[in-house]
Ligand binder design. Structure first.
Ligand code: ZN
Ligand code: ZN
Length: 459
């Protein structure tokens, strides 16, 4: 008898829990309507056009970075966000001044390069040295210490083109770690083939990092056709001498800002759906795809939702500072909001360009999987499928996700993203308006369900 009573009580509790966590049919209906509105809306395009035109390239710590912060504040206010504020972020400041490279022998000719982010300068007037060629970063790692003494190391591996962008993980270490490793082997400088998939003479920059206890050596990337050219010269089996002339500057610490805008929730305002992108870009292009698009997509999704009906939870859009030079804004956000962690119901960053969303990944508790299923069902007309990856919050929400914040990932098509990533060609004309709108539609669905559903995504 006692057992029967217990069982009865238990099933009532289960039913109550199930009904509390159901997604209201009205929410599903509204999300479907948002999807159709977003596909027709040019709001994200307008935001992106405004940022790339009125600010342009915005390297962290530059005057344009300050202009971008002002732009972000003004844009949130113009769009009617309820609360708009900034949070300071201490950052280092690095600046590109000039860069050039040339083969001196056996076939004298200039080569197109870009200094990697954080690179030190060559000595005044440049350096000239023989090239030591490595096919991959792993080959450089395997070389004996001191074996590249006095040489300019060259790493020639080509990045794979794939919709998932997986080639970045394989080729990236040449950029991230190559300079420190080359210094360990005694090199006086390093050039790498660009970590990119294009065939243009636009070299790809991006951050490198030096290691404690080894020299900081000048580091640059060749455009892909220039790397092909150097490869052909090396095939002639003669010593190849390269001249490298790089001037960069480092300044003392500066302050940039995370720019934050909120649509206040109507029923549970203290609970936050956190989305955003990074406001800074590299200096070479106008950062239309990296990451102007992420800013535009998330701002537009929040605005479209607010226009339809005030969300039940608060939607917070963060324009992160200084991602490119080392995720300074994302790290600072996690520190500044650690007491608010439990109120971050779920989060996601858009930082994969402007290509279509292909798949939805998640990192949530089992009790909320039906909410993810509901998002996927609503995204089906956008041809978004389930991803088996675990969402990590992208670079800027990464620290929050590590601390426990649930997350989704809206994985984008990267088939052509790495053609222009971190190059002078990262400009507005590479963005396809219909693809940008498809992103907004997918984001609006995710944010609407997360904001109005009563349940939690806790892992
Ligand atoms: Zn980015
Ligand atoms: Zn980037």
């Amino acid at each position: 008898m006692r057992q029967i009573i217990l069982g009865f009580t238990f099933s009532i509790a289960l039913c109550a829990a199930a009904s509390a966590q159901e997604i209201a049919p009205q929410t599903i209906q509204q999300a479907a309507e948002l999807r159709e509105q977003a596909l027709k809306s040019d709001l994200a395009w307008k935001v992106l056009e405004s940022l790339t035109t009125e600010v342009g390239p915005r390297l962290a710590g530059s005057d344009a970075d300050k202009a971008a912060v002002k732009w972000g504040m003004a844009k949130f206010k113009e769009l009617g966000f309820d609360k708009v504020w900034t949070e300071p972020v201490n950052i280092p400041v690095w600046q590109r001044i000039h860069q050039s490279a040339a083969v001196i022998s056996p076939y004298p000719q200039s080569l197109n390069i870009t200094a990697l982010g954080g690179s030190v300068s060559t000595k005044q007037g440049g350096i000239t040295a023989q090239i030591m060629h490595f096919a991959t970063y792993e080959d450089l790692v395997a070389a004996p210490v001191g074996s590249a003494k006095g040489k300019i190391v060259y790493i020639s591996n080509k990045m794979e083109r794939h919709p998932s962008g997986r080639g970045y993980g394989k080729s990236g270490p040449a950029r991230f770690l190559g300079p420190a490793e080359a210094a360990r082997k005694g090199a006086i400088a390093i050039v790498i083939r660009s970590v990119g998939t294009d065939n243009q003479r636009s070299p790809h920059t991006g951050m490198t990092s030096y290691a404690q206890g080894v020299d900081k050596i000048p580091a640059a990337a060749l455009s892909n056709p220039d790397a092909d050219q150097l490869d052909r010269i090396l095939l002639r089996k003669q010593p190849v001498t390269l001249k490298l002339d790089i001037k960069t500057a480092e300044q003392a610490q500066a302050i940039s800002y995370n720019v934050i805008g909120e649509i206040t929730g109507s029923e549970r305002p203290q609970e936050i759906i956190a989305i955003g992108g990074h406001l800074d870009s590299w200096d070479q292009g106008t950062g239309a795809v990296d990451d102007g698009a992420g800013i535009a997509i998330t701002v537009a999704a929040a605005k479209l939702i607010a226009e339809q009906q005030r969300p039940k939870r608060t939607i917070r859009v963060v324009m992160f500072a200084a991602e490119e030079i080392g995720v300074f804004g994302g790290n600072q956000y996690a520190v500044a909001h650690k007491d608010e962690l439990n109120n971050h119901i779920i989060g996601a960053e858009s930082d994969g360009g402007a290509g279509n969303v292909l798949a939805l990944s998640s990192n949530v508790g089992r009790q909320s999987l039906h909410a993810i299923d509901a998002m996927l069902a609503l995204m089906a007309p956008l041809t978004v499928v389930r991803s088996d990856k675990v969402a990590g919050g992208s670079a800027d929400f990464g620290p929050m996700v590590k601390a426990g914040m649930p997350a989704v990932g809206l994985e984008q098509d990267h088939l052509v993203y790495f053609d222009i990533h971190h190059t002078p060609d990262d400009t507005l004309n590479k963005v396809v308006p219909a693809e940008l709108a498809q992103n907004v539609a997918a984001w609006a669905i995710f944010v609407k369900i997360a904001a109005d559903w009563k349940g939690r995504f806790d892992r």
